[in-house]
Design a protein around this ligand. Structure first.
Ligand SMILES: [Zn+2]
Ligand SMILES: [Zn+2]
Length: 138
């Protein structure tokens, strides 16, 4: 009986002890940048869904309407064409798809290359949709 118990716990330890927690998998958050080819891991502090490369700021056209919905079949690279600052001080990057021209705004992430963000052309604040373009900051 003791033998069975020991074997059971060892197996759990080696295979499932440090398994991935339920919920979004780390793989879902990491990707290889299609522009600069760097590997981009999940956000160190968790939090928001990462949708662009922190090194070159390029994004990928995978979302159709909302950030993270992954409903677009385009898959083109989205270039950071500009940035603006919201009244609350939040910096927003304007991405434009190189393939279809779709434009989207993304809040910068904590580990984005901030100098690169500041070097982008400043564009006037605009919103894709008057009411619900993006969820407001929590
Ligand atoms: Zn990149
Ligand atoms: Zn596109």
């Amino acid at each position: 009986m003791a033998k069975h118990g020991a074997r059971d716990s060892r197996r759990r330890d080696s295979r499932y002890g440090r398994g991935a927690p339920p919920g979004p998998t780390p793989q879902d958050q990491s990707f290889t940048c299609g522009h600069c080819k760097r590997f981009v891991g999940a956000l160190p502090s968790g939090g928001h869904h990462r949708n662009h490369c922190p090194y070159c700021l390029y994004s990928r056209h995978v979302d159709a309407v909302k950030s993270g919905d992954r409903l677009s079949g385009c898959g083109g690279m989205m270039a950071p064409i500009g940035a603006f600052q919201r009244p609350n001080g939040e910096h927003v990057i304007v991405h434009q798809c190189e393939r279809c021209g779709f434009e989207r705004f993304n809040r910068i992430q904590a580990d984005d290359d901030f100098e690169l963000v500041l070097s982008l052309p400043i564009v006037p604040p605009r919103s894709a949709k008057p009411a619900t373009g993006e969820t407001p900051a929590e």
